[in-house]
Design a protein around this ligand. Structure first.
Ligand code: SF4
Length: 434
């Protein structure tokens, strides 16, 4: 990225903050950080050594591959940063770290304080999160507990990626924005102790330590790649349901229980509910029919877009509509070569999907697209324009408010200064009830 472009990024942020006075400036900067990534000075990385490191909980969520990380950021960068105070007088906002050494956003020391700068201009203060005590411990089989059960969202969410691969394989099946399989390979090559399939026993052992020593966690997610045939002789529903069933038998109600897997038929969704799952995330990724088929070819072929949506609505009758929260990847609908060429068209399409679901009581949420270089789409382009992300925040907030939907459960507190959800700003823009 050239100097001129970098200078224009600060100007663009300032212009959007002016243009959208009803959005918290912190949320606009957060979205920009998530789509652009974050650089660290050597001092900022040295200080991070005493704090919670990036666990690579499922995807890489970085803008460069590990082999290009000259400062070994993959071992040293923090999981998340809290932004607060400083010249822009930020209210606290939590942002997931997406490594990009050439980002115009950089964490560095100013007057001895960790500071977020944009093109060298200080914006706000930065703090890292202390690692929970259990991060220093290992399971009986020698695996680090932070590999089995890392936490994100400032410690609120225990993230259990049970199966670190996806059976959608190659460019004709994998979701085109996803680097789960490539990330697994690069992490193993780099020496990270990644577990391909976590056992029920090691998950329970990790949770036993967390239950005894940690007070910050309030929810857990069971997830992993899709299973199109079987894994260890089990179909997708049977494989994944055994984890919440075992967790809820041992720690009934200790955490909010969430499941992120494909949109499955209603009888299988009931199996999850019977296993103790409270919130179900059958992620639809992108609303537009043509783009769903092109960007999620495996899901389109095995299940199909209409059936996927039907199953989301069926699941709402099992869990209750407010507890079915499908994700979409914000910005992917503008990806080249098939995406919408203008922000207006992208927002119109995505707003149609939000209206469809929210009118039925189902509240989708989004993660901000990180164009990971090991994914098919991320290898050729950067993210969507910041204007798109600002308009999406407005659209999501206003559609949610117009349908008088409750705050989505399982994400901690809402609102600027309170929210902890770190991979998009949808929780930051929810306004307090009048
Ligand atoms: S279903 Fe798609 S998004 Fe999910 S892990 Fe597989 S390729 Fe990635």
């Amino acid at each position: 990225m050239g100097v001129t472009e970098r200078q224009s990024q600060l100007a663009e942020v300032e212009a959007l903050v002016q243009r959208f006075p009803d959005l918290p400036p912190e949320a606009i900067v957060k979205e920009d950080l998530l789509r652009t990534g974050l650089a660290f000075s050597e001092d900022a990385l040295r200080i991070a050594a005493g704090f919670k490191p990036k666990a690579y909980f499922i995807f890489s969520f970085d803008l460069i591959p590990i082999v290009q990380m000259k400062q070994e950021e993959h071992l040293r960068a923090p999981e998340e940063v809290a932004l607060e105070g400083g010249p822009w007088d930020f209210r606290r906002v939590i942002v997931s770290v997406r490594v990009n050494p050439s980002s115009p956003y950089r964490v560095e020391l100013h007057d001895g304080q960790l500071t977020l700068t944009l093109e060298g201009r200080p914006l706000c203060g930065v703090t890292y999160q202390h690692a929970p005590a259990y991060y220093a411990r290992t399971a009986r089989n020698g695996k680090p507990l932070h590999e089995i059960a890392p936490t994100i969202e400032w410690g609120y969410l225990i993230y259990l990626t049970i199966f670190r691969l996806c059976q959608y394989f190659g460019k004709h099946e994998e979701c085109q924005f996803c680097d789960i399989n490539e990330n697994y390979r690069q992490q193993v090559k780099a020496g990270r102790p990644y577990t391909q399939v976590k056992t029920v026993a090691e998950v329970l052992e990790a949770l036993e330590v967390i239950a005894a020593t940690d007070t910050a966690s309030g929810a857990y997610t069971v997830t992993g790649g899709s299973i199109t045939s079987t894994l260890q002789g089990k179909a997708e529903v049977d494989f994944y349901a055994q984890y919440p069933a075992a967790i809820e038998a041992k720690f009934p109600g200790r955490w909010i229980s969430k499941m992120v897997v494909q949109a499955l038929p209603k009888d299988q969704v009931r199996q999850f509910k019977d296993a103790g799952v409270q919130i179900y995330h059958p992620n639809y990724e992108v609303w537009n029919r043509r783009l769903f088929d092109l960007i999620c070819p495996g899901k389109a072929r095995y299940i199909g877009r209409d059936e996927w949506i039907r199953r989301i609505l069926d699941a709402a009758t099992v869990f209750g509509p407010d507890k079915v929260i499908p994700n979409f990847v914000a910005g992917i609908e503008m990806s080249r070569p098939h995406g919408f060429p203008t922000v207006e068209e992208a927002i119109t399409s995505t707003a149609e999907g939000l209206e469809f679901f929210m009118a039925r009581g189902v509240c989708p949420r989004f993660t901000t697209w990180c164009p990971e270089p090991l994914s098919l789409l991320g290898s050729t382009q950067g993210g969507a324009p910041l204007e798109y992300h600002a308009r999406l925040l407005q659209t999501w907030r206003d559609t949610h408010a117009r349908h008088r939907l409750p705050v989505p459960p399982g994400y901690g507190p809402p609102g600027i200064g309170q929210a902890i959800f770190s991979v998009s700003a949808f929780m930051d823009v929810i306004r307090p009830a009048a």
